[in-house]
Design a protein around this ligand. Structure first.
Ligand SMILES: NC(=O)c1ccc[n+]([C@@H]2O[C@H](COP(=O)([O-])OP(=O)(O)OC[C@H]3O[C@@H](n4cnc5c(N)ncnc54)[C@H](OP(=O)(O)O)[C@@H]3O)[C@@H](O)[C@H]2O)c1
Length: 345
């Protein structure tokens, strides 16, 4: 979330963004910024992406801070989607005599914070699946080789998308075949996203490259193995048993339950970078909201596709997408595609 404070004559007085979970909200950061620049904000207007909070929470009510600072008007793009508090911030500001305008930039603000809205309204994070493939849709050769199909600029761009997510999610197949780090290296980032591995039988090697000092790692498993669990936890991972209970899902992680669990852990946005098997399970179960595809201008012929969902019997069974954006990244094509209607919540 963001906040910009502007004087009546249009001068920028302070700006701020919400800090990590538990940190100060955007309004507090903007007020501090104005103070650090030596500006008084009395009589100024605060432009915010989201309704200022009126509840104590972890950082104290932003409404009270705005009122105390003498802000005269608040322009907010969106009402807080949390049904327990939505609208209360505006009421509190109006009761203190502050003019409130709601709506400008609503679509853009919602898109920027789509994970937060998803968690608040649907109770699950927003799931974006990243795939790097050849033009004929192969993500790896039949023998598993996949490094590198796309170019260095496309990989760096992918790191920027990793950086904006709360969690990077992968599957045990990718861990065992590629031994990847799956951290953000190619772009500057104030923090590393958490790493999440779907590893039904706790096969993650204790010396896997993904164990990076200081990064949070969570492993969702289905088959209890408390000896291996203890060994992984000694390496700093958190292991959560989340077994499937429906017929046919025994021995595998319940992916839908995993997403609901992640929402309770305040995870807003998930960046999936897995192989075709886990991708296929997530897509088949209807758990993916959008795709971030990098297509290299090359053909690989037979190999491993993007999502293991077939074979379909009829074209009507196809999973329909809509292209939202196409951009050249170096020699590769980046496509953002969304499942129609997934963002209507
Ligand atoms: N180009 C790219 O964008 C990209 C990205 C990542 C990886 N890759 C490539 O993908 C290859 C690995 O592919 P992969 O498909 O074997 O790896 P994966 O999808 O990362 O992981 C496969 C594992 O996921 C498990 N899985 C599937 N559905 C599940 C569910 N519902 N619950 C729990 N576990 C589930 C499978 O378990 P079961 O065996 O029990 O079914 C399987 O062992 C590597 O060659 C890697 O280089 C490519």
């Amino acid at each position: 979330m963001g906040c910009v404070i502007v004087s009546t004559d249009g001068q920028l007085l302070g700006a701020g963004a919400t800090q990590r979970t538990g940190g100060p909200h955007a309004e507090i950061m903007a007020l501090r910024d104005a103070q650090a620049r030596g500006h008084s904000v009395a009589g100024a207007t605060a432009y915010v992406t989201l309704e200022p909070c009126s509840h104590q929470g972890r950082t104290g009510p932003c409404c009270d801070a705005l009122i105390a600072a003498g802000i005269k008007k608040v322009v907010a793009s969106l009402t807080d989607p949390n049904p327990r508090v939505g609208g209360q911030g505006f009421e509190r500001l109006r009761a203190a005599g502050i003019e409130v305008e709601v709506g400008p930039g609503a679509a853009e603000s919602r898109e920027l914070n789509i994970g937060f809205f998803s968690r608040m309204v649907r109770g699950t994070p927003w799931v974006r699946m990243k795939v790097a493939a050849s033009l004929d849709g192969q993500t790896a050769l039949e023998n598993g080789t996949s490094q590198w199909i796309t170019s260095a600029p496309a990989r760096a761009d992918g790191h920027a998308w990793r950086a904006r997510a709360c969690v990077v999610l992968t599957g045990i197949g990718t861990v065992l075949e590629d031994n990847p780090r799956l951290d953000v290296r190619e772009v500057d980032t104030p923090r590393q996203p958490q790493l999440l591995v779907v590893d039904s039988r706790l096969e993650t090697p204790l010396d896997a490259h993904l164990f990076i000092a200081g990064r949070a790692i969570t492993i969702y498993a289905a088959v209890p193995n408390d000896v291996k669990k203890a060994a992984l936890e000694a390496r700093g991972a958190t292991v959560i048993y989340c077994p499937g209970r429906q017929p046919g899902t025994e021995g595998k992680v319940d992916l839908a339950a995993m997403l609901r669990d992640l929402a309770t852990r305040e995870i807003n946005e998930i960046h999936v970078e897995a192989g075709h098997k886990l991708n296929g399970s997530l897509v088949r179960e209807g758990l993916v909201d959008e795709f971030l595809l990098y297509l290299a201008p090359k053909l690989l012929g037979a190999g491993r596709g993007m999502v293991n969902i077939g074979p379909l019997a009829e074209l009507s069974q196809a999973i329909e997408l809509e292209f939202r954006e196409t951009t050249m990244i170096g020699p590769d094509l980046r496509i953002l595609a969304r499942i129609p209607g997934r963002d209507r919540f």
